[in-house]
Design a protein around this ligand. Structure first.
Ligand code: URA
Length: 237
């Protein structure tokens, strides 16, 4: 017996978190009854329906990397009907974005139907580094860099130590490279705000070993098998 959201994630329905939300919003039936969170199922004998459709046999796992332009959300549905990064791809399989990039953020987004990999990339326990190139207003001091490195206090608690490089500092704006392993909501922007600098532009350069490698904004490509293997190794799979 396994937890329902894990079975759903493994079948390529969405991340574990997305599957939990589907269970809570009563979109999932197990043997004809609405599923409840935490329920365990036997994938071999229980009948599981998601939005009325049977959980298929395992779909082939697919992995894509996309260079997100500004002005797209990384969720599939948005209350303001804004454009989604999923509108930029046309793929036979159902894939979904791993983790969030804000509407006005840019850069690397991983799209996959591999629920276990997605879960481990997002969960802070696996400490997978995510690197951002960040332009901020004003001249960042060495002192501010040190504070970002050692951890700043946010309203949801202190941040873990981060890797921070000051690439350029001028009086009107500065450029930083920041690597974090947590990925809380709007974390980089909130960290910069905590040391007095508003973010003007934020581009994700990498997730663990994964890079964009020459993709222009709005373009995507399938991962090579060595890239998938490296990602697996980086999260202990
Ligand atoms: N941190 C942020 O503040 N925004 C993002 O989009 C990603 C990380």
């Amino acid at each position: 017996m396994e937890r329902l959201q894990k079975v759903m994630a493994q079948a390529g329905i969405g991340s574990r978190r997305a599957c939990e939300e589907m269970i809570q919003s009563k979109r999932v039936l197990v043997n004809g009854q609405p599923a409840v969170l935490g329920q365990k199922v036997d994938p071999a004998s229980d009948t599981i329906l998601v939005d009325g459709k049977p959980l298929g046999r395992l779909e082939p796992k697919r992995y894509f990397v996309l260079n997100k332009p500004r002005g797209y959300v990384t969720t599939s549905r948005d209350q303001f009907a804004r454009r989604s990064v999923l509108d930029l791809v046309s793929l036979p399989e159902r894939v979904y974005p791993v983790g969030r990039l804000d509407y006005d953020s840019e850069g690397l987004v991983l799209l996959t139907n591999d629920g276990e990999l997605a879960y481990r990339i997002m969960h802070p326990r696996f400490k997978l580094p995510k690197t951002y190139r960040v332009r901020v207003k004003g001249q960042v001091s060495e002192d501010a860099v040190e504070r970002l490195r050692s951890g700043v206090m946010l309203d949801d608690g202190p941040t873990q130590p981060a890797r921070v490089e000051l690439l350029k500092a001028a009086s009107d704006a500065s450029l930083l490279r920041i690597t974090i392993t947590e990925g809380r909501n709007r974390q980089v922007k909130r960290m910069c705000a905590a040391v007095g600098h508003e973010v003007i532009r934020l581009i994700r350069e990498s997730i663990g070993p994964l890079r964009l490698r020459g993709l222009a904004a709005g373009e995507y490509r399938e991962l090579r098998s060595y890239e998938v293997k490296r990602l697996y190794r980086a999260v202990g799979l």
